[in-house]
Write a protein that binds this ligand. Structure first.
Ligand code: ZN
Length: 235
């Protein structure tokens, strides 16, 4: 029986929904984030605001929410040149992958998260990776996660479970999952405080939250929210 979890938490819509699900399921939940020289510290600030808001608005979860860990992964900037870490425009590469792709980034995140979970005695690693809104990231695939679960469990001689609540659902269903877990209060918290926009835009407030409304991350978020809102109005 699993009772403890470590959530890979970026401060975005997906990982916030994963965190809410972990808090509704497990007795003790900790969070880990990675600072890899993102062009915008907006994301790192959003993490702290979301954690603060969850603690203050959701008393049924607050006592389960433990330590937050931020790991310095500046080294990622040394092995990759992407539009997330450098000032280059977002574009699709000839490989069919967006130039935001850092090869194997999630493998590194999961390995470090497992090492941390080992030390903190946490059993489940929760990550918001998803194959449904497929952007071509091979390190987000279900098979990759299953292989990582095996590799980490063998390599650390401790049974880890990698949980991926969003793997087979689209962005509209992710909004609906947030509502099922924490009602409209959680939906509003996600709209107001989570961050998704690649450009780090916190000045334009849209129906679905802050963002430029143009970049691929905003586009995905707005399409998902529109579908969720349309379904909501038909109920
Ligand atoms: Zn944007």
């Amino acid at each position: 029986m699993h009772t403890t979890a470590l959530v890979l938490f970026s401060g975005g819509q997906d990982s916030t929904t994963c965190l809410a699900q972990a808090l509704s399921k497990y007795e003790r939940v900790e969070t880990v984030g990675f600072d890899y020289g993102q062009r915008h510290s907006v994301e790192l600030q959003a993490r702290l605001v979301v954690l603060r808001e969850i603690r203050s608005q959701f008393t049924q979860w607050a006592h389960k929410l433990g330590q937050d860990h931020l790991l310095d992964l500046a080294v990622l900037g040394q092995v990759s040149e992407t539009s997330l870490t450098r000032d280059t425009a977002f574009r699709m590469e000839s490989s069919g992958l967006p130039n935001t792709f850092v090869p194997g980034r999630n493998l590194l995140f999961l390995t470090l998260a497992a090492a941390l979970a080992y030390r903190r005695d946490l059993q489940v690693l929760v990550t918001g990776v998803c194959e449904t809104d497929f952007s071509g990231y091979p390190d987000c695939r279900d098979d990759t996660m299953k292989a990582m679960q095996l590799a980490l469990s063998l390599g650390m001689d401790k049974r880890f479970l990698i949980e991926t609540p969003l793997m087979w659902i689209d962005k509209a269903a992710t909004w609906a999952l947030a509502e099922a877990l924490g009602g409209q209060a959680l939906v509003q918290l996600i709209i107001e405080h989570t961050h998704t926009c690649y450009l780090g835009d916190r000045t334009h407030r849209q129906a679905w939250g802050y963002g430029c409304g143009q970049c691929p991350a905003c586009e995905l978020r707005l399409r998902g929210y529109a579908a969720y809102a349309a379904a909501l109005s038909r109920r």
